[in-house]
Design a protein. Structure first.
Length: 704
């Protein structure tokens, strides 16, 4: 039977969806089949956005309709029958999963005071312990609008906890833990203590601080609230949060000092001079960056103004609405923030806060979820993030002019994966991040033309390449190239590793490392591996990206380096030296190269399980191995596959990736003194995040 957890609250607007996302993400780390279930949805006609958010999470493979119990209308008409339906539908989901995250009802306008009691009854009948979410904010405060609210005192939190716990006990629901969400950052400990005091039996209690970006409305939400139309600007920026509203009904000289960062500016549509002034202020860089402009009133933009806007480079969303100024402002102020899958910033920030303030290992342990022997791609990627977080390293990202790099940087910083240095003009990099609605404030921005750095790097590069006749003037010109600049940062200890290649070729990315970083002692060549995450395990493929036709000596080097890389990422190395022949059954130059390489590996690393030459099926399939090499410790159980040449390796990894649905993580460079890794120019944001985590883990195993 699946282990389940029922997430409910004593009132609305507690940020329960944030907690549900964090719990789901945490359970995905330790078990492969996690489901979600919503016992009570608002209506059958309108999709439940919380359920949609959780179902969109990587690794959840359930249909929306299967994950809903009943609606509020069903509960009002016949509570007992609704409860029976909920249990029946839940059991169908539970049968498909190892763990299920159950999200209680939302305290809508049709909610009753007995709603917590009904949630408790549901939890008891589903045999699911309750994770109670309490709000650290005053739900009645008018300041709740636009992402601000009044903090509750620890005493008030304790009183609400006492009432909620009594209600759970009345319905015989088992309490799993309590989370005080959106708590006062300066009183986290006191909030936890206030709950513990009123508990009859002690359970885990955690507190997560308030974060305005998670409760502030998005521009997309405001667009809907004002019945608006996007007429100008970048539609991708509709995910940006609005932290304040400025009603610009006065002259521009009075509007300017009232502009604030991430503000929505409401402008009467016939005040075109204020519109142009606001756009000019946003572009100037000497005023705060605004999130959007709303033109209110039934006045079309004059054609000359339309033409002028078309010629501006501004990406600020401009929205039109027919509502009057007061109605528009009220609608904007009343829009609530929602945690949405299309807002990477909110998503990452929510997970980062949960992971920082909730003991995830304890949560899984109390649910009775032991670490699974099966390792899915998602579980492996989570493991990478956790290992990188455990000993944070500084990684340099040379391509600060690429939006994917900036988005990945925001994710990495929000989840505390690594410290980052991004190369580029500080004004341009931070300005673009603000436009994208992402937070990279914790990143260091360094210009590759900074005179102090260039002088220091040029002297070092000229020293390293003096034997090639490189002069100081030539070196000064070379080191302003971002690949050389980033590599020298790693070489001189200003960063622990580098990730590049989103907009540069592999050669451009790794050539400086051959000249500057060089290979580790005892390693002759730089090679690469792909970490191939299959449905239930992770394999290592090498070399699939660097050396076209390795010699037997180089092949042995690749095998030993690949085994070390495997071990570094928690994979027990059992090395298969691949060929078109197994054992002594074949001959020829290609087979002999592999046979000689295998002998060299055994001589250099006698403790390393290695077999070769061996065919792929004999290395991977236990039944074939039993027939071809029954006495081998590697055959049928190989975890590290060393290909005889680049042609074979590159085609094989791509074939497995496409035909088996494997996630190919890499290429991961190995053999360098310090980690430098290359990205595909088609890399997605998640690919960049994974590669940075890998580079950070590699840096943990190197010495300065």
């Amino acid at each position: 039977m699946a282990r389940s957890i029922y997430i409910t609250s004593a009132e609305g607007h507690t940020g329960k969806s944030t907690i549900a996302l964090g719990v789901l993400d945490a359970l995905m780390r330790v078990t492969p089949r996690v489901g979600v279930f919503r016992p009570i949805a608002r209506s059958a006609a309108e999709p439940d956005y919380v359920l949609e958010l959780l179902l969109a999470h990587d690794g959840v493979h359930l249909d929306y309709d299967d994950c809903v119990g009943v609606t509020y209308d069903d509960v009002r008409v016949d509570p007992e029958r609704a409860l029976s339906t909920i249990v029946e539908r839940f059991k169908a989901v539970e049968a498909q999963c190892d763990a299920v995250v159950i999200i209680g009802s939302d305290y809508t306008d049709v909610a009753s005071p007995a709603e917590l009691g009904y949630n408790a009854r549901v939890a008891a009948n589903l045999a699911a312990p309750v994770l109670l979410v309490l709000s650290g904010r005053d739900q009645q405060a008018r300041a709740e609008q636009l992402g601000t609210s009044t903090a509750r005192s620890p005493q008030a939190i304790g009183q609400i906890a006492a009432l909620a716990l009594a209600e759970l006990q009345e319905e015989r629901a088992e309490l799993f833990a309590v989370i005080v969400n959106r708590a006062d950052p300066d009183a986290l400990g006191q909030s936890v203590d206030a709950v513990r005091v009123v508990q009859a039996e002690p359970t885990a209690v955690w507190a997560i601080p308030e974060d305005r970006t998670l409760v502030a409305p998005s521009i997309r939400g405001i667009l809907s609230a004002v019945d608006g139309t996007l007429v100008k600007g970048d539609a991708d920026l509709l995910t940006r949060e609005a932290l304040s509203v400025v009603v610009a009904g006065m002259s521009m000289v009075n509007v300017l000092p009232r502009l604030t960062e991430d503000a929505v500016v409401v402008i009467p549509a016939d005040r075109t001079e204020v519109l142009l002034g606001a756009l000019l202020a946003d572009a100037a860089g000497t005023f705060p960056s605004i999130a959007a402009i709303i033109l209110n009133g039934p006045f079309p933009l004059p054609e000359p103004i339309e033409r002028l806007l078309d010629g501006l480079a501004s990406t600020v969303p401009i929205i039109t609405t027919d509502h009057g100024t007061y109605d528009t402002a009220v609608r904007v102020m009343g829009t609530r923030g929602r945690l949405a899958a299309d807002s990477r910033r909110r998503y990452d920030r929510a997970l980062g806060l949960f992971q920082t303030h909730v003991d995830i290992a304890e949560l899984a342990r109390q649910l009775g979820l032991a670490e699974s022997r099966v390792v899915t791609p998602l579980m492996f990627e989570y493991g990478l993030i956790e290992r990188a977080r455990a000993d944070r390293k500084r990684i340099v990202l040379p391509e600060g002019d690429d939006d994917r790099i900036l988005r990945a940087a925001a994710t990495l910083l929000a989840r505390d994966v690594a410290d980052l240095t991004i190369l580029g003009s500080e004004d341009e990099v931070r300005g673009r991040a603000t436009e994208l609605g992402i937070d990279i404030s914790a990143a260091q921005i360094v210009s590759p033309t900074d005179a102090d750095y260039v002088d220091r790097f040029a002297q070092e590069y000229a020293r390293l390449r003096a034997h090639k006749g490189v002069t100081l003037a030539q070196a000064a010109d070379t080191v302003t190239d971002v690949s050389y600049f980033g590599t020298l940062m790693v070489h001189l200890g200003l960063a622990d590793g580098m990730v590049s290649g989103a907009t540069h070729t592999t050669a451009h990315t790794i050539r400086p490392s051959f000249e500057i970083i060089k290979t580790r002692p005892g390693v002759d060549v730089v090679s690469s591996v792909f970490l191939m995450a299959l449905a239930d395990r992770v394999l290592v493929y090498g070399d699939c990206a660097v050396i076209p036709d390795p010699t037997s000596i180089q092949l042995a080097d690749i095998a030993i380096s690949s085994a070390e890389t495997a071990q570094q990422f928690g994979i027990e190395p059992r090395v298969a030296m691949l060929s078109y022949s197994t054992g002594d059954s074949g001959s020829g130059a290609d087979v002999e190269k592999v046979r000689e390489a295998t002998k060299l590996v055994r001589a250099r690393s006698p403790e390393l399980p290695v077999e070769g030459p061996i065919q792929y099926d004999a290395a991977a399939d236990a039944a074939v191995a039993k027939a071809k090499m029954p006495d081998s410790a590697v055959a049928g159980r190989a975890t590290v596959f060393v290909f005889p040449d680049l042609n074979t390796g590159n085609n094989t990894y791509k074939a497995v990736q496409r035909s088996a649905g494997a996630v190919a993580i890499g290429p991961v460079l190995q053999g360098l003194n310090k980690p430098i890794n290359d990205l595909s120019r088609g890399a997605l944001v998640d690919d960049i995040v994974n590669t940075v985590a890998i580079t950070a883990i590699q840096a943990q195993g190197t010495t300065a």
